[in-house]
Each structure stands twice: as C-alpha cells, then as structure tokens.
Design a protein around this ligand. Structure first.
Ligand code: GLN
Length: 202
C-alpha cells in the first residue's frame, strides 16, 4: 500500500517510521513516499502532514495546495499533526499576532490558535485520553490549540492547560484526523487507523 508523508520540512522520518510500524502491526506491506510534488498524490492511500512551521509548509506547497486540498477533502485518509493540523483547519489565528492570512488547506471544521501554549520552552508532554485510541503519550511542541469544532468535525481528545484553558487536543472529521500534539513521536496507533481506513476496515 502506497502512503505519503508531506516532506517539505522536518518531522518527516518520524511519520515514515510510524507508517512502517503500523504496516508491520497490521501485516500490510507499506511503501512510504516523501511527497514534495502535487503529481505524487495520485496513487496514495493515506497521507500524513507533519509538524514544523505551518507558514513555511503552506508556502512551500503553494503550487499544489489546490491538489492537496482536493485529495484530502475527497476522502484520502489524512493525519495532520501540529503544523499539519493548522494547515487542515478552516480557521487559523496566532496567539500573539491574530490573523495570519497564511496559505492553508482549510478542509476541517475546526478553528485553531497557533502557539496557544506559549513559546518553545513552554513545550510539554502528558498522557491524553483519545477516543478510539485510548491513552496516548502526547508531546506538545509550540503547539496549536483547537478552540472550536463544528459541522462535520468532532473532538476526540481534550486538554486542560493553565494558560490555554480547556481546549481540544485532537479532532476527527470523516477520514481526517488533526492533532495539536505529535503522535508520530510516541505511537503508531493513528497511522494504523489511517491504514485501516484505507483498507476500508475501520
Ligand atoms: N508553532 C508551529 C506553527 O504554528 C507548529 C509547531 C509544530 O508543528 N510543532 O506552525
């Protein structure tokens, strides 16, 4: 099964490894493609959009953002982590500067606030209860918070934080998953779910 990791910045290998582990656990042969061009999207069965700097990723993918949007909105099982979740959100603000006007995919009915938990040194990790996946170790690195969920999306994990208050840490809409944290660093469970969605068995 051919799956892709959007490979424009960092955090790519972690997603590749998570996909491979997920494949091993399911007994499915997985061929992981580093996606750098729109034409690579055609025959993918699942996609991960990694963390990094969402502004940079959006700009680097600018030429094929439309193609990417069509693929994800068209049902390609997709996991967006941290910056990836920002790209998938329909509404994006930054905790310091407000409106960002950055290029996004805008495919999920969620609103995010970038850098909601503070700066790099305010990064943290903790156990989060995630619907369907159980308790996951969640690493938040200059993470966004999902502050509103509507329409077709629903929250699957919540978090109480001294600064950000009670926010959503992960959401799902059809075959799209968005996490404020980095599951690829601690678990292959979500990648496994994408493969199951791709096989039509989830
Ligand atoms: N702070 C980054 C952004 O706003 C996201 C950080 C991450 O992906 N770990 O785009």
């Amino acid at each position: 099964m051919k799956v892709g990791v959007l490979a424009l910045q960092g955090d790519v290998e972690e997603h590749e490894q998570a996909f491979r582990k997920a494949g091993e656990e399911l007994g499915v042969g997985v061929d992981v493609v580093k996606v750098k061009e729109g034409r690579q999207l055609g025959d993918l069965k699942a996609l991960a959009i990694p963390g990094g700097e969402s502004t940079a990723i959006g700009l680097l993918a600018r030429r094929y953002l439309e193609k990417l949007r069509d693929a994800v909105a068209g049902g390609l099982p997709t996991l967006g982590t941290c910056a990836g979740a920002i790209l998938m959100a329909k509404e994006v603000r930054d905790s310091a500067v407000g409106e960002t006007g950055q290029p996004i995919l805008g495919v999920m009915d969620i609103a995010v606030v970038r850098n909601a938990f503070g700066r790099q040194r305010d990064s943290f990790e903790l156990d989060v209860e995630v619907e369907r996946f159980g308790t996951l170790r969640a690493v938040f690195i200059r993470a966004p918070a999902i502050v509103r969920v509507w329409g077709g999306a629903r929250p699957i994990a919540r978090l109480k934080h001294p600064r950000a208050g009670e926010v959503v840490a992960a959401a799902q809409e059809d075959s799209m998953l968005a996490t404020a944290f980095h599951p690829e660093l601690t678990t292959a469970a979500m990648h496994k779910y994408l493969l199951e969605l791709a096989r039509g068995r989830a």
